[in-house]
Design a protein around this ligand. Structure first.
Ligand SMILES: Nc1nc2c(ncn2[C@@H]2O[C@H](COP(=O)(O)OP(=O)(O)OP(=O)(O)O)[C@@H](O)[C@H]2O)c(=O)[nH]1
Ligand SMILES: [Mg+2]
Length: 452
């Protein structure tokens, strides 16, 4: 072969080989190399988030907001919202779990921390709208002088008998006898001012020669007692134009508030009314239990709040519930307190005002419960409670347990407070409507027995 041809062939072979070696082959992905990212997908338009809570126009929103979880950026935290029923003056009422409609968690949010309830004081609490139903008719009880006489047996056998003994059998009524009558009235807890009124009345009659004998003295004392006790006042509960009729029970420790609350509830229940009791004595757990026990006994509902709730919150809730659930009567039992303890009296004012926030006009009656056995201290109680609250009437309890029930005259005379009911025993039916004429008839009836 021509050597030049061989050289040419070699050059061509080398050239082809060089071309093949310098050309890059197809690249295979490394085994552990991630696939190339997909091109970003166009985001769909974000769903319009519902507002978490819709405040009433113009109303102060009573909601508590959960702060974002500490380790979450603020933008990602789900706006956990809890609707909170607030009690008055910043007291926590039981929180109502938020409904699905009330929460609007962001779709990609991390789980939020448990919501922390922050209760705002209901400065402008929206009163519940009262049902358009008439308030319960006043309780009417048949006249029962015999029962009242039995309840007053000790007073009649004690102070009243001593009073009668002063002048009975006397041939002549002279001014010296008036001093003895004065002394006896004072020992019967009638009080200085009211005793003076009685004695002045007797002296005037004596001057007019109207006290010929013992019977005339007795008649004069009875007439003056009836006049004093017949304090002018609207019918009990009449200021409630719509149901529920709201009654607040107040008084010192052990006066008989809880028992009277239950007795009253029993009376309304028997009259066909739907009754709710508010366990606003939050100082002692036993007080709530006592009221619950009474509620079961007389067959009425008891509203109690969570531990630690303040009395004003309990009353607010109970009255609002009374309105919402169509109760006819709501009776709030409060804790006993000394009349000279200013902070406790202030708390009682707040409790009263809380009723009005839940139902305008409530409470329609504020009943001061006085223990007849405490005697003259009942006057100081009446004075202080009346000044602190608009006490609308008095319940005099334990008249069955005292031999000197004259304090009822002093309370009515000095403070012009109508006596609404009297307690003559510990049982549910030992509560009597107070009627001045009937009471005086029973008090001044002579003899030992109930039928005397
Ligand atoms: N004899 C008699 N006892 C009564 C009467 N009313 C209440 N009591 C008794 O008085 C005691 C005190 O009654 P409560 O109703 O617990 O008095 P309270 O005012 O609620 O007492 P606190 O809640 O502690 O302030 C109880 O033993 C009752 O049974 C009554 O009219 N006659
Ligand atoms: Mg009580």
């Amino acid at each position: 072969m021509d050597p030049w041809l061989i050289v040419l062939l070699l050059v061509v072979i080398v050239g082809i080989a060089a071309f093949l070696l310098t050309r890059k082959g197809p690249q295979l992905p490394e085994a552990d190399e991630a696939p190339a990212p997909l091109p970003p997908k166009a985001e769909p338009p974000a769903a319009k988030a519902e507002p978490a809570a819709k405040p009433e126009p113009g109303a102060k929103p009573e909601v508590a907001k959960a702060p974002p979880a500490a380790d979450e950026p603020v933008a990602k935290a789900a706006p956990a919202v809890e609707a909170v029923a607030t009690g008055p003056v910043g007291e926590a009422a039981p929180a109502t779990p938020a409904t699905a409609a009330e929460t609007a968690p962001a779709p990609e949010a991390a789980p939020a921390a448990p919501p922390v309830v922050v209760v705002e004081p209901p400065v402008a609490a929206t009163p519940a709208v009262a049902a358009d139903r008439a308030a319960p008719a006043p309780l009417s009880a048949p006249r029962d002088v015999g029962a009242i006489k039995r309840g007053l047996a000790q007073t009649r056998g004690g102070f009243m008998q001593r009073l009668f003994a002063v002048f009975s059998g006397k041939k002549e009524i002279d001014p010296a006898l008036l001093d003895e009558i004065e002394e006896t009235l004072l020992t019967g807890d009638v009080g200085a001012a009211t005793t003076k009124r009685f004695v002045d009345g007797l002296r005037e009659r004596l001057d007019r020669n109207e006290l010929a004998d013992a019977d005339r003295v007795w008649d004069a004392l009875r007439d003056d007692s009836r006049r004093i006790l017949a304090v002018e006042a609207p019918a009990f509960g009449a200021s409630a134009k719509q149901s529920p009729l709201v009654i607040l029970m107040v008084g010192v420790n052990g006066a008989g508030k809880t028992t009277t609350t239950a007795k009253l509830a029993g009376r309304y229940k028997a009259a066909g009314q739907k009754v709710l009791l508010a366990a606003a004595d939050t100082f002692r757990a036993a007080a709530v239990q006592q009221l619950e026990m009474w509620g079961t006994r007389v067959g009425v509902t008891v509203h109690k709040a969570k531990d630690g709730a303040k009395p004003s919150a309990v009353v607010y809730e109970a009255v609002a519930r009374g309105v919402a659930e169509g109760f006819d009567v709501v009776i709030a039992d409060t804790a006993g307190r000394l009349q000279n303890k200013a902070p406790l009296m202030e708390e009682l004012r707040k409790t009263r005002d809380a009723a009005g926030k839940a139902c305008p006009g409530a409470p329609h009656e504020v009943l001061l419960v006085l223990d007849a056995v405490t005697g003259q201290n009942a006057l100081s109680q009446a004075k202080e409670f009346r000044e602190a609250l608009d006490v609308s009437g008095v319940v005099l309890t334990k008249l069955d347990g005292t031999a000197k029930g004259g304090v009822i005259l002093a309370v009515a005379d000095e403070f012009k407070l109508p006596v609404r009911f009297i307690g003559v025993g510990e049982k549910a039916d030992d509560l009597r409507d107070f009627d001045a004429a009937e009471f005086v008839e029973a008090l001044f009836s002579r003899g030992d027995g109930a039928d005397a």
